[in-house]
Design a protein. Structure first.
Length: 347
């Protein structure tokens, strides 16, 4: 099916590399190397010297350039070779460079036509760095499956009561009201659970004598693979603004057709000055995905033997509508992009 390229993907947390440390990472089947120049500006280059194809990520940073570890050629932030220790610098000596955007504590990458890179197209994930309102914990994991299976998992949260004893209740489906809506290319999967007993997670943050409340889990998906989850509890019948909330970002970037980078961030607006609680939440979310979601998604991928889910004619439930709509939106965007690229080549 290929990848949507003229869009923003999460590439790294902003603190994963600097002006002295290189970061090697594969995104969309392309091996890249990241670093910062002396001003702090992030740079991404193809991780392959054009001379003998040595990995630049095994080299070092010199004068805002990467020096190839094999023969010493240096490549600047624009990808051009600016130093050849063996003689004149060949005009054609360069590596591919990529457009980057640093925002919301992350480095975002545009893998397609650099001239089409538009910062306004990045969805709002400001909750990650809104320290005036939230306390935030973050993490990164790998999924041993195609990224669309990870999206399916996040858009259908009916699995929580069966897979996550820390996050859900075993009988939540008895109270769940599920709906989906589409706004442009954004898909919403909305689950409301009125009069829901407190889950183990929310027992840690709830400071009311009530043992039940109205729980919500509203997931927003923006193509190709960026999701924002609004979750919270309120006293039964009270407005959302009256109760604690815990929004979270879930950003999935393909590494290969069968592996995925998963960046996540969880914010909370209650009990903010409690570092022990922060660590409990971080560890709980990491464990839930590492030991529950991740192995299940990988097992589904292994049983499928293909990333084309719909060709296997899966049984579809009402709770699948968010994931199915997201797949349809993405397929249309990908088809349009590929057709545009074909026309450009023909013209």
């Amino acid at each position: 099916m290929g990848y949507l390229r003229n869009t923003w993907y999460a590439a790294a947390w902003a603190d994963e590399f600097d002006a002295t440390h290189l970061l090697a990472r594969t995104l969309l089947d392309e091996r890249l190397v990241f670093y910062r120049d002396s001003t702090g500006k992030p740079t991404a280059l193809l991780d392959r010297c054009p001379h003998r194809f040595a990995p630049l990520s095994k080299g070092k940073i010199l004068a805002d350039s990467i020096q190839c570890p094999y023969h010493g050629l240096r490549f600047g932030i624009d990808g051009r070779c600016n130093h050849n220790p063996h003689g004149p610098t060949p005009v054609a000596a360069r590596v591919k460079s990529y457009r980057l955007l640093e925002r919301h504590g992350l480095i975002w990458i545009w893998m397609g036509d650099a001239e089409k890179a538009d910062e306004a197209l990045l969805p709002d994930f400001s909750i990650i760095t809104n320290t005036n309102k939230y306390t935030v914990v973050t993490g990164k994991l790998m999924i041993d499956a195609n990224y669309q299976l990870g999206i399916d998992n996040l858009l259908d949260l009916s699995h929580v009561q069966f897979l996550h004893p820390f996050l859900g209740n075993a009988d939540s489906s008895d109270r769940s009201c599920f709906s989906t809506r589409i706004e442009g290319t954004t898909v919403w999967a909305l689950t409301d659970m009125p009069n829901e007993p407190l889950t183990k997670l929310w027992q840690m943050m709830w400071r009311s004598p009530s043992t039940t409340g109205d729980r919500r889990a509203h997931m927003r998906w923006d193509p190709p693979s960026n999701l924002l989850l609004d979750v919270g509890y309120t006293e039964c019948g009270q407005p959302v603004s009256e109760g604690p909330s815990m929004p979270s970002a879930h950003l999935l970037t393909p590494e290969t057709d069968r592996t995925t980078h998963y960046f996540w961030a969880a914010a909370r607006d209650s009990l903010r000055d409690d570092p022990e609680l922060s660590e409990q939440i971080r560890a709980g979310i990491d464990s839930a995905f590492r030991n529950e979601d991740g192995p299940m998604i990988a097992a589904c991928q292994e049983r499928m033997g293909t990333t084309d889910l719909m060709s296997l004619q899966p049984l579809l439930l009402k709770s699948d509508s968010g994931a199915v709509n997201a797949r349809r939106v993405l397929a249309k965007l990908l088809e349009a992009e590929q057709q545009g690229a074909a026309l450009s080549r023909a013209g």
